[in-house]
Design a protein around this ligand. Structure first.
Ligand SMILES: C[S@@+](CC[C@H](N)C(=O)[O-])C[C@H]1O[C@@H](n2cnc3c(N)ncnc32)[C@H](O)[C@@H]1O
Length: 244
């Protein structure tokens, strides 16, 4: 089990929030902290030592070191070569491909992980199904994504996305003289908590271990039981499933 037990306290949420504020200027700090936090969190469900992990939409590999430090063999897949090369040569064990059509056999990995990718995918629940498919029996699926109606749903166009994704994109372009990196309807989609919870409830090949607001302290997790409120305050929904 992990060296650092995972404790979703208010202090941890505050530290993540402070790091998030410097994501653009100091991405290594933010992603390094998020990676350690993720590995601790996953480690609270599944011992990672000696396990094969697939990170779907892993980007340039910010999470690689943290997973390797836990003893796991880290493999990553991403659809964008530019993202994969963001820190130099892609990490060993990296595959270029789509999360919606994973180029792996059924039951290949002990843990499939995806962080902040689903909202960038045109068929998010196809990608989620693919993650379940490539997970071994008894293995863990950890799927987390940013909710559209939350404060960061529009990414760099937030909070104007709350008035409409296209409108927010046009506003961004007028203000900055360029299109946003995350383009509504092309690489950014309005994914809700309701859709993720419904997908998890309908699973036949896996059981739901936990549904949680990924960054929030444990005492606030009850918000997920309240329709509408959960869409706004959860920020990021994490679904944890165990393959049968
Ligand atoms: C916001 S980044 C998240 C990176 C990392 N997982 C994290 O949490 O920081 C979204 C990533 O998803 C990747 N992506 C988008 N569509 C994808 C797809 N269909 N299949 C796999 N990766 C995809 C992008 O290239 C990008 O690297």
């Amino acid at each position: 089990m992990p060296d650092r037990p995972f404790r979703p306290t208010l202090r941890r949420s505050w530290r993540l929030f402070k790091a998030f504020r410097v994501e653009q200027t100091d991405p290594a700090h933010f992603y390094g902290m998020l990676a350690k936090d993720s590995v601790d969190q996953i480690g609270s469900y599944q011992d990672l030592d000696g396990r094969w992990v697939l990170d779907v939409g892993g980007g340039p590999g910010y999470f690689a070191d943290a997973f390797r430090a836990s003893g796991a063999t880290y493999n990553s897949l991403d659809a964008d070569l530019g993202e994969l090369s963001g820190l130099g040569d892609p990490e060993p064990g990296t595959v270029l491909g789509s999360g919606m059509d994973l180029p792996f056999r059924d039951g290949s990995f002990d843990v499939t992980y995806s962080s902040n990718v689903l909202e960038h995918v045109v068929k998010p629940w196809k990608m989620a199904d693919e993650m379940v498919r490539v997970t071994k029996s008894g293995g863990l699926i950890f799927l987390s994504y940013t909710l559209w109606w939350g404060p960061w749903g529009g990414h760099e166009t937030a909070p104007w996305h709350l008035l409409g994704g296209h409108r927010a994109a046009r506003r961004f372009e007028r203000k900055h003289g360029r299109v946003p990196k995350n383009r509504f309807g092309i690489s950014l989609f309005p994914v809700t908590a309701a859709a993720g919870l419904a997908w998890a409830d309908q699973q036949q090949d896996s059981v739901v271990v936990e549904r949680l607001p990924r960054y929030l302290p444990k005492w606030s997790w009850w918000v997920l039981r309240v329709p509408v409120l959960r869409e706004v305050v959860t920020w990021n929904l994490a679904l944890v499933l165990r393959k049968k």
